[in-house]
Design a protein around this ligand. Sequence first.
Ligand code: HEC
Ligand code: HEC
Length: 457
Amino acid sequence: MPLALSLLLALHPPFAQAETAGTAPRQTGDAALADPLAFTRPSANLGFENSFLFNFGNRLFRKDWASSSDSQVPSGLGPLYNAPSCHACHLRDGRGQPFQAPGQPSQALVLRLSVPATGQADMPAPAATRPDPVYGVQIQGRATAGHSAEFRLGLSHTSRVVRLSGGAVAHLARPQYRLSEPAYGALNPDVTISPRIAPQMIGLGLLEAVPEADILALADPDDRDGDGISGRAMRVWSPAQGRPMLGRFGLRAETATLLDQTARAFAFDMGLSSPLFPDPAGDCTPAQRRCRAQAGAGADLSMDALRRVAFYSRNLAVPARRGADRPLVRRGEGVFHRTGCAACHRASFVTDPDAEWPEQRGQRIWPYTDMLLHDMGPDLADDGPDGMRREWRTPPLWGIGLTRVVSGHDRLLHDGRARGLLEAILWHGGEAAPHRDRVIAMPPADRAALIAFLESL
Ligand code: HEC
Ligand code: HEC
């Protein structure tokens, strides 16, 4: 609203707006602050023609595969699945809500499974793992009519106290998952369960277009420079490209491209097959005989449909920062860098001028991630009988200040355990333990500035 007009409204009580001036959110000039749809917009440089492609992808992203208008025509969903649409987990293109009720994880929380692969002990984890022989790569908590969901999921918390400088106290609650009512027998005794919440969807095409060499240049797996930060690049097989590539997507960078991630999500989260994941039974193993027998035949999705959904995922815009010039925010930016957070949450990259897709070429971006895996310590690790998996990919921090507005909650980290930004920092361990300790010990005003900076991203 122009300043003159808002003054006018404030000076003239008869206007309805003026009556609510005291309680209404202040006009900041940036609508994103109060916009739950802030993550759903296409990037500004999509041409007119491409906006159709984006909208088409969006429709498939939101399509509810469980509600077929004609129940005689199978939709292809399942038989075992986690959620009936991409949107059900990535709600409004934001991160999923981890708990739907106290003691009950939501469908947006996926429990991935792995057991040590025999005969490959010399390979580094997680390469030396394979899916659970009965339950597959992840637990599906839902099934179509006539089939049984794999488990019932329950949840409890153990909590511990962290005392910060200035007398503040934080209570960190660690989730513990309970699997009951197994429908297909026992899990493998050596299984490691890795809980993961659906992440936000913005800026992914830009991250896909960061030159591989620039990410690899940051990797220092053996910490040769002795700064306490290693950073490991993940190598994964890309079904879309038919070759090993740098892993970029997923919370452990286990997927190389957005097309791969899309096809994988359709296959394992929804049981929908495609040319890249052609098995019509999705994540049903040979031990789940009934599921395999009734899974249908042929691909549920064409390559074209996959490409459209990937196009949508590639082109969701990153909202502008809010209040970046406020003195508190600027001070917090200084604290962020002085504390060493940018050693992993690397502020900026320039995307490849020759990137595959024209919309993502040659842009200076500010994602606050190095796209590498870091040892985050035992508290954040997946704990299994074959040891702990302590590594996670540094998540991008852009948009993180809009989590509450977009997703209606402020649950952060890979499993949504942290309630807000400060708790997320306090959970840091491993390579980031010194950084966490600096935040605990710093003057409270610096801490407040740091949080204000993160809120502005
Ligand atoms: C059951 C919930 C669920 C559904 C349904 C789902 N996702 Fe996800 N999504 C996740 C989780 C959990 C992750 C993290 C996966 C990991 O770490 O391996 C993820 C990761 C992603 C990523 C990577 C983001 C990043 O920052 O690395 C993309 C892209 C994505 N999903 C797209 C999709 C698309 C497209 C669909 C529909 C075809 C979909 N998802 C369906 C839960 C879901
Ligand atoms: C050693 C690398 C490293 C350092 C140093 C580091 N982080 Fe992180 N950060 C990570 C990783 C990896 C995660 C994801 C951990 C998880 O999900 O379990 C993360 C998660 C976060 C999150 C939550 C993001 C989300 O999407 O849920 C915030 C906020 C954050 N870091 C802020 C900071 C701040 C502030 C600092 C400095 C005090 C810092 N980090 C230092 C690696 C690092």
